[in-house]
Ligand binder design. Structure first.
Ligand code: PLP
Length: 428
């Protein structure tokens, strides 16, 4: 982060370029170039710039970028069926863009998610249900819409599915518990079983008329360590072996999501993960034929940026300077206190001298949960300035709430404002 700041500053000192200045010019058509002098000054963004027309709080989505990310995962795993985990961002514009991609599938957790796909004309054969604990009515709805692949990790779930299936041989796969080293959010405590227990569950599913076809795991969200997928495959290998020895014809493995989005730190791309995964698949799961993936964050994370306005500034007795924004934890940025740190692009009303300052960022509500992160900014930020929080595409849009009477972010498409959001660079 500091490296980013010093990079942009040193370019200014050199007089060779003004990083921020350059990034803002040319974002929209017929936009005036910012007029800051080539000195140690952070430029203003002129009033004619479209960023000032954007309502705040808002979320600018790029379905194009989500589609690119999705295709990159498909390319890295040409043998896999990639299903978008729509919980990460079910905005219709993203779903429509992903639905257009050849071979795309969707991973769902509830009836409402299926309904959204049905509205887009997506058939049940492109959908799989990977929520280990499903609502009875949702299972029924899924079956009625042609969905035939369901996860489970308890007898109670087998009973629910058997009751809804009424003799139809649903294909079911067991959610396994796996290591989660390098993931920001382990999902492995809430769900999943050990190998011997998995085989017990397969026996029970078969007895109830379901068809056990394989296993599933999730290494945890924002997993930046490719070897964790390899560790997971090793962890599930025993279940695969024991089940096949017992006559279960397993051919299906669902390797979940976990592909990281780019925030401020380096991340492995899908190809890097794939290069670790393929040899381990061959070694650990002999006879596998169907490989599924369920990426969420890695598809939509950097396909959305949030635009916020500074609506309050205060110095506290401990010397901390606070910046209050008109969006925060309850606007969907609930992952930030857990460690997600978006890059931030300050948009200034007036040019200002470079002056490194440390701020604590917070949302507008009266709740103490509504604090975000500490930020070193290269310039003094004032009321009415704006901050663009990069990579706010995942787990934000559908999480935001109007708590305390504050507006949820308005969702805009990048094309609506003639802005190339990719040109915004995080500088702090
Ligand atoms: C079952 C399941 N699949 C896929 C995902 C998507 O994970 P990610 O956004 O880390 O790719 C999640 C996230 O919680 C999940 O619970």
């Amino acid at each position: 982060m500091d490296e980013m700041i010093s990079q942009s500053l040193s370019r200014e000192v050199d007089g060779t370029d003004i990083a921020v200045h350059k990034n803002l010019s040319g974002i929209g058509k017929s936009v005036q170039t910012p007029t800051a002098p080539r000195s140690l000054t952070f430029p203003a963004t002129p009033p004619s710039h479209p960023i000032w027309q954007v309502p705040t709080p808002s979320l600018i989505l790029s379905p194009r970028k989500a589609a690119q990310n999705f295709k990159a995962i498909q390319r890295a795993f040409p043998y896999a069926s990639v299903g978008y985990a729509m919980k990460s961002n079910p905005h219709p514009s993203l779903l429509a863009a992903l639905a257009d991609i050849k071979g795309s599938m969707f991973e769902v957790a509830s009836k409402a998610e299926i309904e959204a796909l049905v509205r887009l004309g997506i058939s049940g054969t492109r959908i799989f249900f990977s929520n280990p604990i499903k609502q009875q009515a949702h299972i029924q709805y899924a079956i009625n819409h042609g969905i035939n692949l369901f996860v489970y990790d308890s007898e109670a779930e087998v009973d629910k599915m058997a009751q809804a299936a009424q003799g139809q041989q649903l294909e079911v796969y067991v959610r396994m518990t796996v290591p989660h080293v390098g993931a920001l959010w382990p999902l492995t405590h809430k769900f999943g079983v050990e190998p011997r227990r998995a085989v017990e569950l397969m026996r029970y599913a078969r007895q109830r008329g379901l068809k056990p076809v394989g296993l599933a795991f999730h290494v945890g969200s924002q997993c930046t360590r490719p070897d964790t997928w390899a560790d997971a495959l090793e962890a599930v290998a025993l279940a695969w072996k024991l089940a096949r020895e017992e006559g279960f014809d397993l051919d299906f493995i669902d390797m979940g999501g976990g592909f990281p989005a780019r925030y401020t730190g380096p991340i492995p791309g899908p190809a890097e993960v794939a290069s670790v995964v393929k040899p381990m698949l061959d070694k650990c799961l002999p006879g596998y034929r169907r490989v599924f993936l369920e990426p969420g964050r890695g598809v939509c994370g950097d396909a959305g940026d949030m635009v916020l306005e500074v609506t309050g500034i205060a110095d506290r007795p401990d010397g901390q300077k606070w910046l209050y924004l008109n969006g925060g934890f309850f606007s969907g940025l609930y992952e930030i206190p857990d460690g997600i740190r978006p890059a931030v692009m300050p948009i200034l009303k007036t040019a200002r001298p470079i002056n490194m300052t440390t701020y604590r960022l917070a949302g507008p509500t009266c709740d103490s949960l509504d604090t975000l992160f500490e930020m070193r900014a290269p310039v003094e930020i004032r009321m009415g300035d704006r901050l663009v929080l990069k990579s706010a595409g995942a787990y934000v849009y559908n999480v935001s709430s109007p708590f305390n009477g504050f507006d949820v972010p308005v969702v805009l498409n990048e094309d609506e404002w003639l802005m190339k959001i990719d040109q915004f660079k995080g500088v702090c």
